[in-house]
Design a protein around this ligand. Structure first.
Ligand code: PLP
Length: 378
């Protein structure tokens, strides 16, 4: 038996939407983009949704809103994808890497606080695995220090902090529709903000630095160059695919959550015997089942389990090489032992397959294999 790590969901409406899109003239912010924006406006009231070709570009729009000047600092976790750090550098800022909490792998509020200086402008909170960061503590910290808080909710489509959708809590939020995410159109992203000034600035950035969004909405009769910008609108064919994915949001999220609960139940013996820790999901977090992972006691054991699972046809993966130990992190002056929790997470975290193509018996089989191998490797 072969179990792949990713498998995208194919909603029923997909082909019909694509066909209808192809018979249109593929206008920017056309029929399917309007449909997507309407769906989003009801899912996320007051969030000014702007669809982009990637979460990375949505993060670039967020950093542009901050108006960073030479050396302004933005704090973000080292256990992360390079997107937010790239966006900070490209918009003229300096990324300041901080550590994570070993229970959720999310940003350590205490460590972030310790890295605030007179130059700090913002904090980026990544909701790892679709599990919410401690938002109240982060809002309190950023509020007190006068900093902007940005949610990198790349993995968090369909996940919540208490009753609030992730990506809509802080001043700005970004979501990804990359092929590895719960909803996908191949490459795609979303920028969200409740602040009208940021919404205007980001909408200009997205359409060549112009106020063309107001023109498309019929609010003005010609559009003009307003500020330095780029071209970061999601194309209409991708919007058609994504519109069909959004219709399956509840179905996808429900199935992924079921699989996550099944893993948590079946893998309990590993935790009881002190072999591996299961995912920890705080009471305030309602996950979207984006990732399922275990944390092993030591790196050697984690690697042996991964190799054995691979031999049995089960694709299991570690995750990020922490930014601070990467070649670019070294260039920024970090040392391997600067951020110990991020390093430990990189060495001992193992992700198991999770997607809507898995049956309950697939999950049970993966759990049996994982438990058998882990016991041998203890
Ligand atoms: C996937 C991911 C990104 C990148 O998203 P793209 O849409 O590929 O640009 C950024 N940050 C995190 C935390 C991610 O998981």
């Amino acid at each position: 038996m072969e179990v792949s790590f990713y498998q995208r969901h194919h909603p029923k409406s997909e082909s019909a939407y694509m066909e209808s899109c192809l018979s249109s003239d593929l206008k920017t912010d056309g029929f399917f983009m309007k449909r997507l924006t309407d769906v989003c406006a009801s899912l996320y009231p007051g969030s000014n949704p702007l669809f982009t070709p990637s979460c990375t570009l949505a993060l670039e729009m967020a950093m542009d809103c901050l108006d960073l000047h030479n050396g302004d600092e933005v704090i973000l976790p080292s256990f992360n994808f390079p997107s937010a750090a790239n966006a900070i550098i490209r918009q003229g800022g300096t990324p300041v890497l901080c550590d994570i909490s070993p229970d959720t792998q999310n940003i350590s509020v205490l460590d972030a606080e310790n890295r605030i200086t007179a130059r700090t402008k913002a904090i980026v909170a990544v909701h790892y695995a679709g599990v919410a960061c401690p938002m109240e503590a982060l809002m309190h910290l950023s509020g007190q220090a006068g900093l902007c808080l940005i949610e990198d909710a790349a993995q968090a489509m369909g996940a919540y902090y208490r009753e609030i959708p992730l990506g809509t809590i802080a001043e700005m939020g970004t979501i990804s529709f990359h092929h590895t995410k719960n909803l996908t159109c191949g490459e795609g992203g979303l920028f969200l903000t409740y602040r009208d000034d940021y919404a205007f600035r980001a909408s200009c950035y997205r359409l060549h630095g112009t106020d063309r969004t107001a023109y498309i909405n019929g609010e003005i009769d010609r559009y003009t160059w307003q500020m330095p910008g780029s071209c970061t609108a999601l194309s209409e064919p991708c919007a058609a695919v994504l519109a069909s994915q959004f219709e399956a949001l509840e179905e996808i999220t429900a199935r992924r959550r079921d699989i996550l609960s099944r893993y948590q139940e079946r893998l309990e013996p590993l935790e009881r015997r002190g072999i591996a820790m299961r995912m920890k999901i705080p009471d305030y977090a309602r996950t979207n089942g984006h990732i399922y992972y275990l944390r092993y006691e030591n790196p050697r054991q984690c690697e042996m389990v991964r190799e054995h699972l691979t031999c049995h046809g089960i694709e299991a993966k570690t995750h990020y090489v922490p930014l601070h130990i990467s070649p670019m992190g070294q260039k920024l002056g970090y040392h391997k032992n600067d951020l110990r929790q991020s390093l430990a997470c990189y060495e001992t975290l193992l992700r198991l397959p999770i997607h809507t193509g898995l049956s309950d018996s697939d999950v049970d089989w993966i759990c049996e294999q994982t438990i058998a191998i882990s016991n041998n490797e203890k």
